[in-house]
Design a protein. Sequence first.
Length: 52
Amino acid sequence: MPKKKKKTMAVHEMAELLGLKKTDSYWLIHKQKFQTITVNGKTRVVIESFEK
């Protein structure tokens, strides 16, 4: 069975990729720079919007 490709990532994963700290990463999300969804009360970044 093929492995499913991840469609979202945690905010801290995005911050690590961009070299940002917590405040800066949530600022980007607040400014709607990336599409996000909420899963079980936690914000996740849609990878496709991050790659654009």
